[in-house]
Design a protein around this ligand. Structure first.
Ligand code: NAG
Length: 487
């Protein structure tokens, strides 16, 4: 995946920089990891900046083969929104530029259709916001959901700071993306790796989240989110289909493929639907849920045998993680962002246990725990118990060991490509991948206890009596140009 994002920045991710621990917090054993975090963080921060264009309409003057993906932009601007809310005021102009650009982009007819006929599901555009007309895996229905989530993050901030009128300007964009979600969630799509046509766990989970958040935003703005509540619970019902009983099968409803289903698709999904206020809920696959942890073990273990770089590493110690073990793209290698996601899930879980005050081990999650803490047993452990302290320390150490893997395979100059060789660990494929840098920064933020705002998972997890694939009829309208009061 080659990623170029719309919108410029000077001081992105300052919020994340806050999460870098000081040298005095280091223990001897972790010194290597702490040093790596300290040296890599500014490089990753700059790495994100370098791949973001100079203004809201994209990289003006950039070569014509630069693209902007709706998914990748949505994910990054969600993270920038979080960083802005966490205190990086310089980011606001870039969020505003993103909103303005999306109001134009939604109107661009493309091979997936126009605004009302599926065009929002188009995966990528040229950075000058013209349509990309060559053959590609279309549609990719995660894009509108992820863009809605990014837009809502900023809109919620505006409401919270008394700028409701500005938030009203964002609503029509959200409404379009949500209209697409309600209309298209029960149709097949290409997955986030742009390869498999079917139903993707990441897509469905993102759509559920978008519907929940859009419904709440509509209420706050006095708008109506047509069918959002019913559709949200139906999408969540469908999300349950991806659970096999022991792991997530990331791609279902496919026309046959050769994969077992264990896929970092689920890791990326789980970190992006992490809700710091939620309990360890299985239904929404929260990071600390039994399902998430069982899946963590299953996915990580699927990479232990096949990669040369993982040979000789014991069970319970972090390894290099790729997209899925059957991957053949560029020879099928570990990815930096997948390995970072393995760590991030565990930092999220640690945050949730601390907040809840209890860590529960169930039959489903027990194998995950016995790998890292031999005497682990099914039960509930209160935060003031010795077991809780020992088990959470083991989880932290395990999470840090994935950072150790990243450290080992980051070249001296700190650059993060897309992949590193399965046998020799050398960087491979797209150099300076924005998503690799961004994934490093969010992992470090979560490790430092910096978490995004709640998205309502705790109350948005009701299932209907029966699953139904009945989708809604979207209500689209060409958004007006969005402008902002000059600062
Ligand atoms: C549509 O929804 C039904 C009910 O949840 C589900 O069984 C089916 O797999 C879904 N199909 C697609 C393509 O999303």
């Amino acid at each position: 995946m080659h990623v170029k994002f719309v919108v410029a920045a000077e001081a992105l991710f300052a919020g994340y920089a806050l999460a870098v621990p000081t040298a005095t917090q280091q223990t001897k054993r972790q010194t290597g990891v702490e040093e790596y975090i300290a040296s890599e963080s500014p490089i990753a921060y700059q790495g994100v900046l370098n791949n973001i264009g100079p203004d809201g309409s994209g990289a003006q003057g950039a070569a014509a083969d630069f693209y902007t993906w709706t998914r990748d932009s949505g994910l990054v601007f969600k993270e920038l929104g979080d960083a802005f809310i966490a205190g990086d005021a310089a980011l606001e102009v870039h969020l505003q530029n993103y909103v303005t650009a999306q109001a134009e982009l939604q109107k661009v007819s493309n091979p997936s259709g126009d605004l009302e006929t599926g065009g929002l599901g188009e995966p990528k555009f040229h950075v000058d916001m013209t349509a990309f007309t060559e053959e590609w895996g279309r549609p990719q229905s995660d894009g509108p959901a992820l863009r809605a989530i990014a837009l809502i993050t900023y809109a919620n901030h505006l409401i919270g700071s008394g700028q409701t009128e500005q938030a009203q300007n964002i609503w029509p964009l959200v409404q379009n993306d949500i209209a697409y979600v309600t209309e298209w969630w029960n149709k097949t799509t290409f997955d986030l790796w742009e390869e498999v046509e079917g139903s993707s766990f990441f897509t469905a989970a993102s759509q559920h989240r978008a519907l929940i958040e859009a419904n709440a935003l509509a209420a706050a703005l006095g708008q109506t989110c047509e069918g959002c509540e019913e559709q949200a619970s139906q999408v969540l019902c469908f999300v349950q289909d991806f659970w096999t009983g022991s792991a997530v099968n990331s791609n279902i409803n496919t026309q046959g493929n050769n994969r077992a289903g264990l896929d970092a698709n689920s890791f990326v999904s789980i970190i992006h639907t992490f809700d710091p206020e939620a309990p360890c809920d299985d239904v929404t696959f929260q990071p600390c849920s039994a399902r998430s942890l069982a899946n963590h073990k299953a996915v990580v273990d699927s990479f232990r045998e096949g990669y040369g770089v993982n040979q000789g590493i014991e069970q319970g110690v972090g390894v290099a993680v790729g997209r899925y073990i059957e991957d053949v793209y560029m020879g099928g290698n570990p990815w930096y962002l997948c390995t970072a996601a393995a760590a991030e899930i565990l930092y999220d879980a640690l945050f949730q246990w601390a907040k809840i005050g209890t860590l529960s081990i169930t039959d489903v999650s027990l194998p995950f725990f016995t790998d890292i803490y031999e005497s682990a047993a099914v039960g509930d452990y209160a935060a003031d118990s010795e077991e809780y302290t020992a088990i959470t320390a083991a989880v932290k150490e395990y999470a840090d060991s994935f950072i150790g893997v990243l450290q080992k395979y980051t070249p001296k100059d700190g650059s993060l490509a897309e992949q590193f060789g399965r046998d020799d660990g050398t960087p491979k494929s797209a150099a300076h991948l924005t998503w690799s840098y961004a994934s490093f920064l969010t992992m470090i933020a979560r490790r430092g206890g910096i978490v995004p705002p709640t998205w309502g998972a705790a109350t948005g997890n009701t299932l209907p009596d029966q699953c139904s694939g009945a989708s809604g009829k979207g209500n689209y309208a060409g958004p007006a140009t969005v402008s902002w009061p000059s600062a």
